[in-house]
Write a protein that binds this ligand. Structure first.
Ligand SMILES: *Cc1c(COP(=O)(O)O)cnc(C)c1O
Length: 384
């Protein structure tokens, strides 16, 4: 069979380096066998290091569980494990992925309150505080990096401290940013932090990654109706031995071990984070050169892993779909933006937003080549 090998500049899944592609062909293994440790010990070590943690959960008070599935499975595990039946969960949504976290609570029958922020804006801690006072939630969810709008929240520590001041547990969705920026869970104070393999970690999808604090684990022991594969306590019993609760993809485990070793020992975490900031700046410089186009996220809240660009009023979502095909012909997969949001923007008389995914292992040279091609296909729409 022959498949088209496009360079992915979407916001996940992302480009996978040749070395990581090949790692999928490394030997399969038994997930309860001693051989499993050769894969999972470096995986646990690497993921914990990226979260600002050492190897011993008892020492820094944070536990890690790998949940077969994807980011959504990790989010559902946090909701089912940490929101009791008689409690309310408050969801702060700044876009489509904030809505996903909310919907997971709704579909699991949790008592819920949602606060929706206008797409393209960031959360406002004063508004969050007012909601904490009126709604008295037991758990508050929010999104570290809103992939649909390119909004990145730098102020997670302040958010978590505020939520804790009102006696609630802060849960953070870090799916599209973990591995692309420095995360220090003890300093940030999250009770739960969820991410996945196929975004800034530059791996195939297949594992949801859940970090939980010691106090969250203790709370979860009291929560009922957690399900079988969504109970963080059950996951952690296996995770204590660096195993998964159910059978993992052994190909993905091989790839994760290889990739985390690369991130820590070849590229280096700090170099990786610095590269993401340079990619962001490169995308911003490109957008600044397009007369009539605007960055969608506000200054100070612009994502290091994905840039959202609002088109001039002359452009439609249909134009973006045509651009995608023009980019495919040039070997790139272009991201036409979050379609539901673009439909809503157009219904309100506003132009659509496209995204440039620059997360994971994308290099500056790769992004340059992509932006050069994008400049060509966008040229007819740029104001002169
Ligand atoms: C992609 C994404 C998700 C959904 O994750 P899946 O791995 O597709 O289940 C959740 N939150 C954010 C912020 C995302 O970018």
């Amino acid at each position: 069979m022959e498949f088209n090998d496009l360079a992915l500049f979407i916001t996940g899944p992302t480009y996978i380096r040749p070395e990581v592609r090949l790692a999928a062909a490394l030997p399969e293994f038994g997930h309860r066998d001693t051989e499993a440790a050769t894969r999972f010990d470096p995986i646990f070590h690497g993921l914990r290091a990226l979260a600002g943690l050492g190897d011993d959960p008892a020492a820094d008070g944070y536990h890690l569980a790998l949940v077969p599935g994807s980011g959504s499975n990790a989010l559902e595990t946090l909701i089912r494990s940490l929101v009791a039946d008689d409690e309310t969960v408050l969801n702060i949504s700044v876009g489509a992925f904030g809505d996903l976290f909310h919907n997971i609570a709704v579909f699991n029958g949790k008592k819920h309150v949602q606060h929706k922020v206008t797409p393209g804006q960031a959360m406002d801690l004063e508004v969050v505080e007012a909601l904490l006072q009126t709604e008295r939630p037991a758990v508050v969810t929010m999104t570290h990096n809103e992939t649909s709008t390119g909004v990145f929240h730098e102020n997670i520590a302040a958010f978590c401290a505020l939520v804790r001041r009102y006696g609630a547990l802060p849960l953070v969705d870090g799916v599209s940013i973990f591995g692309g920026v420095a995360v220090d869970l003890p300093a940030m104070g999250c009770a739960g932090y969820a991410t996945a393999t196929q975004k800034s970690l530059a791996l195939p999808a297949g594992v949801g990654i859940c970090f939980v604090s010691q106090e969250a684990v203790e709370k979860s022991r009291q929560v009922k109706n957690k399900g079988y594969v969504t109970d963080i306590v059950r996951h952690l019993e296996r995770a204590a031995k660096h195993q998964t609760l159910s059978t993992p993809s052994t190909s993905l485990a091989n790839q994760m071990a290889v990739q985390l070793d690369y991130i820590l020992r070849v590229e280096g975490m700090q170099a990786r984070f610095a590269r993401h900031l340079r990619l962001r700046d490169q995308a911003h410089a490109f957008a600044a050169g397009l007369a009539g186009f605007e960055l969608f996220a506000p200054e100070g809240c612009r994502s290091p892993s994905a840039t959202a660009v609002q088109c001039p009023s002359s452009m439609t979502a249909a134009d973006l779909k045509a651009l995608k095909e023009a980019m495919r012909a040039r070997g790139f997969l272009f991201d036409t933006g979050y379609m539901k949001m673009n439909t809503a923007l157009e219904a309100a008389g506003a132009p659509p937003v496209f995204r440039i995914g620059h997360m994971g292992d994308i290099t500056e040279a790769m992004l340059s080549a992509f932006l050069e091609a994008l400049a060509e296909v966008l040229a007819p729409f740029v104001r002169r």
